[in-house]
Design a binder for this molecule. Structure first.
Ligand SMILES: [Zn+2]
Length: 49
């Protein structure tokens, strides 16, 4: 089943949809919206430094 990103209108599978403040968005838009890097030890260590 396909859905559309509420921000950039790209077509994405439902399973790749993320919710951001009630909007269904793609992974790219979700990451831009949150501005937080994905959890990883390396990234976290770099942030703390
Ligand atoms: Zn998008």
């Amino acid at each position: 089943m396909m859905a559309k990103c509420a921000r950039c209108n790209v077509e994405i599978p439902n399973e790749d949809l993320y919710e951001d403040h009630g909007l269904k968005v793609c992974e790219d838009c979700k990451m831009k919206a949150t501005q937080s890097p994905p959890e990883s030890c390396a990234t976290t260590n770099n942030m703390i430094k």
